[in-house]
Ligand binder design. Sequence first.
Ligand SMILES: Cc1cc2nc3c(=O)[nH]c(=O)nc-3n(C[C@H](O)[C@H](O)[C@H](O)COP(=O)(O)O)c2cc1C
Length: 548
Amino acid sequence: MSAAPRSYPDLHEHIAELEKRGLLRRIDRKIDKDAEMHPLVRWQFVGGMEEADRKAFLFTNVTDGLGRTYDIPVVVGAVAANPTIYGVGMGAPLDQIQAKWDHAIANPVEPRLVNDAVCHEVIIEGDALKQEGNGLDKLPIPISTPGFDSAPTLTATNVITRDPETGVQNMGTYRAALKAPDRLVVRMATRVGGAGGYQHYLKYQKRGEPMPCAIVLGCPPLVAFMGPQKLPIGVDEITVAGGLAGGPINIARARTVDLTIPAESELVIEGLIDTEYLEPEAPFGESHGHVALEEFNMPMRVTAITHRKDPVIPSYISQVAPSESSVIKRVAYEPLFTSHLRNTLGIRGVKKVALHEPLTGLLRVTVVTLEKGTSRTEVWRALHGAAFFKGDCGKICIAVNDDIDVDNADALLWAMAYRMNPVEDVQVVPHRGQGHGPKREHDKEEDSTLLMDATMKADLPPLALPKKEYMERAKAIWQELDLGPLRPQAPWFGYSLGDWLPQWDEAAKRAADGRYLDNGKISEKQRRKGLKPETKFRPDRDGNGNRS
Ligand SMILES: Cc1cc2nc3c(=O)[nH]c(=O)nc-3n(C[C@H](O)[C@H](O)[C@H](O)COP(=O)(O)O)c2cc1C
């Protein structure tokens, strides 16, 4: 139907690409969306699989707790089961994603309005929505955390609202619980750094009007990425998606509300959000890793459901990290942090910023990697900059050098153990909001910030593992002897940390070549009387040297 030109794939094309690259599992067996679907996909996050081996799951034979069948397939993990899948959606290898985000944010592209939209191939409006199996109950929306959640919940959403004063639209990924064939309840975070849509809600509430809303499922991936991305309030995300695509995103007018929607979406739920009454929503397993308990949120009366003839419904697997939700946010947020420190604050030694993912879910632990030798004042500017860039990220901030594997908690503890003097290198800063977390009952309570400089303050002797060339030589023997698979864990070879001399390199080489007796002859010449054992010796090029 929609023949408008475009420079980006839709979800159907993206799924086909994932399948071509072996990144998709097609599940044709009957799967109960309420009790089986998310637990099945969850195994790839808690079953000891490598991140790189995770895939998207396409369910083609969906049933529910009552045995009803659905003719719409569901895809889980298609946007970000792992960073490779995210990269396919971005149309860029992982190492170019930072540059792609930086470029798109700096060069937004206005969307193109089209009349024919594929997401309008099927339209259900008015009373038709109330017929059994024709409203929200026609959609195979899974339960994310069976055993705790109280409703099938939309998760892979791009929720569109408009600022009634400026006319600028916002797009955010917010969950919405199904309540009736024509009613759902949307949850927009009210905290600082929470949902942009909530700011619109407050304005409609002041006017005494309901808020028009379009919940889009299955946007083209470049648009889907905009939902969780943290952009300043007032930036229309569709223009940044255009920046990512390198051309305009096609949009169409929604049918029953005054909003525009991405034309190549799979399915759109239009409606009016009540700004007077709230309705209890949840329990729902949350991305901070605990179950969000029941609370009042925003009911929306559905005024239309429109979709492609052959829609696929996406669902994000979230809750305890790692998850699809944490991958999609991590790949998007880390470039923002790095760019903030490097470009906005101009801190030169910054190599990257990592948001710690497993269990802590990105919000609580931030690791800033700095070049060795970055001055102490710059390290502290980086720590403060990372901790306070976003209101709900960076409760614990650690600065390390670039030999530390930031995804290895053992390596972080190692840096803290040997490179940090708590009395000089730790600061606790008061007055942090609670952020996204389970402690809702202590709503008014403040949290605080812990900053730690675990960078090297001076040169250290080398890491005591064989040099890389010896480890690699031994690896070849290991493989020749077929001693089993190896999964190298950094650090797996020794390297200099500054306090090391070429003369010692030469001595080590002689020793490894079997010529240690030569070293004995050299050291014999330096025998001295009257020194205390453990007096340091630094040989010069001739083998003579300083003692201290
Ligand atoms: C799977 C997933 C579910 C999310 N659920 C919600 C939610 O229910 N409410 C919310 O306010 N933010 C939620 N978020 C976070 C927002 O999408 C994120 O804060 C985003 O920046 C909001 O966009 P906005 O700033 O345009 O509102 C979710 C993110 C993901 C990836």
